[in-house]
Write a protein that binds this ligand. Sequence first.
Ligand code: PHE
Length: 340
Amino acid sequence: MLEKLKAIRSAAFARLEEADSMQKLNDIRAEILGKKCELSQLLRSMGQLAPEERPKAGAAVNAVRQEIEARFEEMRAIIQKKEKEAALLNEKIDVTMPGKRLPSGGLHPINIVRNDIVDIFTRMGYDIVDGPEIETDYYNFQALNLPLDHPARDMQDTFYITKNLLLRTQTSAAQIRTMEKQKPPIKILSPGRVFRADEVDATHSPVFHQCEGLVVGKGITMCDLKGALDLFAKGMFGPKTRTRFRPSFFPFTEPSVEVDVSCSLCDGKGCRVCKGAGWIEILGAGMVNPKVLAGCGIDPEEYSGFAFGIGLERVALLRYGISDMRLMFENDVRFLNQFR
Ligand code: PHE
């Protein structure tokens, strides 16, 4: 029997050495110490021994069992340590690895241009005011000296919500709202979205952006207008930029002008962007019509003022040398990425 015990012991030790994971170690333990193991069978067969031999044999079997248990514990400690180390190695973070770059957004060219215009004019002391995109006929047309039957309304056909409510065609509506609320001196800038019932093409869109300027005070002249716009043009397109006024007509300004800037791409020589003219029209302006001042309760005998309306798309096209306005609204990231 002792011979058999010795054989079981060395077989068990050899089996334990084979374990290379906790899973395997536990399986082996069940096999060599479990209910059906050889050791248990040996214990059960002790009934065949002489009664006086039984305690000695029992003690010998238990001693081997304990030895195997002890070795199992040792093995467990070793394997657990190894598994922990392996896990730690797996989780190791290489802090020197390059990171993954997350795509970041950027400003739309229209917003870049708007922010720059706002910067230029706030430096000249203008306050920024906001106006509603849904306007009444009164603020968008009538108060700007465009009565219901005025032919100039044709140029600004828009989208009507009711007979009286419409999507504003021009930020000029902000002039009236400001003059109704505020006494001169007034110096405001009002950027925003405007709408017209136009077909989409390279130079037209039913939605576009303007930036309205209004200055009212004592002794304001057209020289002040020219000075302000010249500063704006140089700030926007570079110090070499020149401006020119061409006579024009707006019902709410008198006299009215169309303002051109020298093409910044060809410096006035004529190119693809300015269509050979050397000049590009970017805004309408003029001296506030006395009728408009009076309508807002400002005495035109005492005060005068100028107003201008800058087309933001025009400015952006010119500044970035883009020939098709549709790019501004398609939001193709390949286009937008160039402005980051
Ligand atoms: N509101 C005019 C337009 O949309 C531009 C303008 C503004 C002209 C202010 C004169 C003064 O065409």
